[in-house]
Write a protein that binds this ligand. Structure first.
Ligand code: GDP
Ligand code: ZN
Length: 444
């Protein structure tokens, strides 16, 4: 375990060439390191133009130094930022000089971890920093910003407050055994729990939307060779990524592609067909297809409209573990009208683009994508799991209230509080922290 009192340093800008490169330093040794590199401690929060030198007084670069004394910095510790020229050698030399002056190399996410440990940000905000940097769409970026600004934590903290009040009330009641029955009988506790449950459900729905925006959904695309799977992907993606060839059976291996629908990543698995075969390679493809079908959030079955009834055999439909979205392609050849039929079947031409907008609407509906993402905050699987545990504990508490089991109500509320507290980091283990921060990039 690395010492959390060490002064840490890292190059905070991406590797490679750039106009500016930044070395960031945090910890108690910062004034001493500034003295070594700059021969002075800069005025707090002023941009100071200065030469950067080694311990042997050799010039490395000249640039801007920024000094933030503790506790008014990102990490809550003394922070020094050295902005030099963004060349690999310059940055390497500058970092080496800082390390020689007493800092050690920071672990991934260690600056953010210190900001969390020093109470500058809570866990959801720390995670939002990573999600903001990694965001793949404007919608995901905005949601991450909302989490970073504390919107998610505010909601969680408001809920925590209500939970604690209720718990205190009930625990106080336990000490006065005679009044125990009355405490739960007047319906007030049950009513408060019911409000709590509704709020939790709303937050869960919002978090789920944020989770989808962050992680995306898995779609398995099934269809015989040549029905137009690759063409459909190209069409949805609006770019030439999948390979379109007129030879049947070319998509032998599983092809993965990622496209976006309103900023939500769709992880599409373009599968080999499910047809019977003696070819070893194709058999392997079919085995993988079956696994992908079970794992997918949505299965799309693509048919050639001219031969749709021959292709959608009962055996094929039975092999799909969930209700597939059925798309009939090549309507330019079958002369069928584009759009969604009353049975929910979608008619398109991946070649002309007819019906593709209707298909996107259908996809939004099936995947629960909201085009309007205002109020969504970025969320991770662990947040959803914690919210689910909270919800279960609150429901259990409501059940115990109806049986006048004061102590059990109090215990369930304690569990609810703990699950909720894990989200913001009020209750955490070192394991969890290590897992979260180790996925960050270095210098963050
Ligand atoms: P995959 O094997 O299912 O991936 O099918 P491809 O996307 O490779 O398409 C097979 C052939 O059908 C290619 O020659 C495509 O240009 C053609 N194709 C795909 N969609 C359509 C369509 O809607 N109309 C017509 N006329 N041809 C299509
Ligand atoms: Zn293909």
């Amino acid at each position: 375990m690395l010492n959390q009192f060490d002064t840490i340093a890292a190059i905070a800008t991406p590797a490679g060439r750039g106009g500016v490169g930044v070395v960031r330093v945090s910890g108690t040794l910062v004034p001493m390191i500034a003295q070594a590199i700059l021969h002075k401690v800069p005025n707090p929060r002023y941009a100071t133009y200065s030469p950067f030198v080694t311990a042997q007084n050799a010039l490395i670069d000249q640039g801007i130094a920024l000094y933030f004394p503790a506790p008014n910095s990102f990490t809550g510790e003394a922070v020094l930022e050295l902005q030099g020229h963004g060349g690999a050698v310059v940055m390497d030399q500058l970092l080496s000089a800082v390390l020689a002056a007493g800092a050690r190399l920071a672990q991934p996410g260690e600056f953010s971890e210190r900001a969390f440990l020093n109470g500058k940000i809570d866990l959801t905000q720390a995670e939002a920093i990573a999600d903001l940097i990694d965001s793949a769409s404007v919608q995901a970026m905005r949601s991450a910003l909302r989490s970073l600004q504390g919107e998610f934590s505010h909601k969680i903290n408001a809920l925590l407050e209500q939970l604690i009040l209720l718990r205190t009330y009930i625990e106080a009641g336990i000490d006065f055994v005679d009044e125990e029955i009355d405490l739960l009988a007047d319906g007030q506790v049950q009513q408060k729990l019911s409000v709590l449950k509704q709020t939790l459900q709303t937050i869960f729905a919002q978090a789920q939307q944020g989770f989808l925006l962050n992680e995306g959904v898995k779609i398995a695309l099934v269809g015989e060779p040549n029905v137009g799977k690759s063409s459909l992907l190209n069409c949805l993606a609006g770019r030439e990524t999948a390979i379109v060839t007129p030879i049947a059976g070319t998509t032998r291996d599983i092809v993965r592609d990622q496209i976006q629908l309103d900023g939500m990543p769709l992880h599409i698995i373009d599968t080999a067909g499910l047809r019977e075969t003696t070819d070893i390679v194709e058999q392997e493809g079919i085995r993988r297809t079956k696994l992908a079908l079970e794992d997918a959030d949505l299965v799309i079955l693509l048919l050639d409209d001219r031969y749709a009834d021959d292709q959608a055999t009962p055996e094929l439909l039975a092999s799909i573990p969930s209700e597939p979205l059925i798309i009939r392609n090549k309507i330019d050849l079958s002369n069928h009208a584009a759009g969604v039929s009353p049975q929910g079947m979608v008619y398109i031409s991946a070649k002309t683009g007819a019906g593709v907008d209707a298909l996107k609407d259908k996809l939004r509906q099936r995947l629960g994508v909201q085009t309007q993402t205002e109020g969504t905050f970025i969320a991770r699987r662990r947040h959803l799991e914690a919210l689910k545990r909270t919800l279960i504990a609150v429901e259990n508490a409501m059940d115990c209230v109806t049986h006048y089991q004061n102590e059990l109500v109090a215990e369930e509320l304690r569990l609810a509080q703990q699950a909720l507290g894990e989200i913001t980091g009020e209750f955490t283990s070192d394991d969890l922290l290590g897992k979260i921060f180790s996925t960050f990039c270095i210098g963050k």
